[in-house]
Design a protein around this ligand. Structure first.
Ligand code: CP
Length: 312
């Protein structure tokens, strides 16, 4: 059966733990996996900008001995998808050429469609709904820094967006409670919230939404934030910044966790002075650059597992 990462619902708790163990092994001994994708090609389709995701996938595939094809979905050098070629036909054609597809796009339906109509693994590199690769690197980072994810409380502050949705699925399958601290008007997608809550019950954890920022961060082991203005929301920037201002992560807010060893995370890119201030980004709590590096290791583990070089 072809395995995909359309969202973190594609991995159960044991598979997530296996992937994190492999990510640690790949990080510790990269040379051991240098032929993992020998002779294999991966198409990487990017309909949106990216620094971390695109570079970490491209470098990671190279380090595993494979070939990465970085493609844009439209424009003069882009794919015919940008001129209306269907997801169905694109999936069929790419499956004849490459051994996996990585895609960053707008609608989750494109990811689902590629997985449905193609015959190779499809990896969601961010859609409007989910960012599962980020969630995996985040779990690896939390384990590294806190020793374990089990029994920890992760608090995401900001709009209930794709990163929040992936954390709502990532945390519980690694034994963490997740609280989304957000204004009432920027709550997570209700369907995703219901799925995440049902899923968390399976793993004996919980997912909650809290509109009071102080109540949200109390007891947090991890305080996490993301840009307040996601790609495509630029016209709404002023309104979003105004609504989200109370959720800005400052040293004073970190102190309200009541814990000396809580960490600060951000998927990046950061807008310093908005969702987080310099004193936190560059302060004792921050693990943001380890988190960015772990995109490489977690995604290498993901590719090895989905492409059959390692087994779950
Ligand atoms: N965090 C993240 O996905 O970064 P990029 O948008 O730069 O890929």
């Amino acid at each position: 059966m072809t395995r995909h990462l359309r969202s973190l619902l594609d991995l159960d708790a044991d598979e997530t733990a296996r992937l994190l163990d492999l990510a640690d092994a790949v990080k510790a001994e990269p040379a051991k996996y240098a032929k993992g994708l020998d002779g294999k090609s991966v198409a990487m389709i990017f309909a949106k900008q990216s620094t971390r995701t695109r570079i970490s996938f491209e470098v990671g595939i190279h380090q595993l001995g494979g070939q990465a094809l970085a493609l844009s979905s439209s424009g003069g050098t882009g794919m015919q998808m940008g001129r209306g070629e269907t997801v169905h036909d694109t999936a069929k054609v790419l499956s004849r050429f490459v051994h996996a597809i990585v895609i960053r796009t707008y609608g989750q339906a494109q990811v689902e469609g590629l997985a449905e109509h193609g015959s190779v693994p499809v990896i969601n590199a961010l859609t409007d709904l989910y960012h599962p690769c980020q969630g995996l690197a985040d779990l690896q980072t939390i384990r590294e820094r806190l020793g374990t994810t089990k029994g920890k409380k992760l608090v995401y502050l900001g709009a209930g967006n794709n990163v929040a949705h992936s954390l709502m699925l990532a945390g519980p399958r690694a034994g963490m409670d997740v609280v989304v601290g957000c204004p009432d008007s920027l709550r997570p997608n209700q369907a995703v919230l219901e799925k995440a809550r049902a899923d968390a019950t399976k793993w004996g954890t919980r997912v909650a939404v809290e509109t009071d920022v102080d109540a949200a961060v109390k007891g947090a082991d991890v305080v996490y934030t993301d840009t307040w203005v996601s790609m495509g929301e630029e016209e709404e920037a002023k309104r979003l910044i105004e609504i989200l201002r109370p959720f800005s992560v400052t040293p004073e807010l970190m102190a309200k966790t009541g814990k000396d060893d809580s960490i600060f995370m951000h998927c990046l890119p950061a807008h310093r002075g908005d969702e987080v201030v310099d004193a936190v980004m560059d302060g004792k709590w921050s693990v943001v650059f380890d988190q960015a590096e772990n995109r490489l290791h977690a995604q290498k583990a993901l590719l090895l597992l989905l492409m059959g070089a390692e087994s779950f």
